[in-house]
Design a protein around this ligand. Structure first.
Ligand code: NI
Length: 218
């Protein structure tokens, strides 16, 4: 009897230890890669949820009021005739954003022209403080010619980030000039009527995303 209690006690301690370890590793990964679940524990549910705006019981997407990289004020209605491939990030991002935006460029180039014509890629900043209209304009010019950069006031950006369940936080330390943004790195495919079609995590390759979109025959 006593032995069994001791054994259970050990199992419990080991379990707690593993749990804490996993929590720590996840936190470290989030800091390194800028990839975090949309909200605690939701990552698994998020990955493959077709043709729905609801993920893990939460609505993804919603109208926005932003300014494009040419200084024009826009809302969702400005892209009403297109599927949208939306990525959130910031122009000072050293790694994740350039990789993901290159990936979107590759996807657009890999698709049949009549499919690509139906897709509007959008890059929405999570750093409106530095990502002015001018900064966005020169930044998006490095990627696909159809890519539109969107910025806004911090309130407008908070609202659209909330609608898409995007996580971002400022990271500062004494070794860096300025600051970084630790942010989630999902690419959202939205339908012309603004329903969530798919969420692609950053581990998905351009080939895989292009294949997935092609198979949907938009
Ligand atoms: Ni980034």
């Amino acid at each position: 009897m006593k032995n069994r209690i001791v054994r259970w006690g050990i199992l419990l301690l080991v379990g707690l230890g593993i749990g804490a370890g996993i929590g720590f590793v996840q936190r470290e990964k989030a800091l390194e890669g800028g990839v975090v679940p949309l909200a605690d524990g939701e990552a698994g549910m998020v990955l493959k949820q077709p043709e729905s705006t609801v993920v893990g019981g939460k609505t993804i997407g919603g109208d926005f009021s932003l300014t494009d990289h040419n200084g024009k004020d826009v809302t969702q209605a400005d892209y009403a005739n297109s599927y949208k491939l939306i990525f959130f990030g910031f122009t000072y991002c050293p790694a994740v954003c350039p990789t993901e935006l290159q990936k979107i460029t590759k996807v657009m180039d890999a698709l049949a022209p009549e499919q690509a014509a139906k897709i509007q890629p959008l890059f929405i900043t999570v750093d409106p403080e530095r990502d002015t209209v001018e900064a966005m304009k020169s930044y998006v010019a490095q990627y696909h010619p159809k890519l539109v950069g969107l910025t806004g006031t911090s309130e407008q950006i908070s609202a659209v980030m909330g609608a898409y369940r995007v996580y971002a936080s400022k990271v500062e330390n004494e070794h860096m000039e300025g600051y970084m943004m630790n942010h989630s790195a999902y690419t959202y495919l939205m339908s012309p009527d603004n329903k969530l079609v798919e969420i692609y995590p950053d581990k998905d390759t351009a080939e895989a995303i292009a294949a997935d979109i092609s198979a949907r025959s938009l």
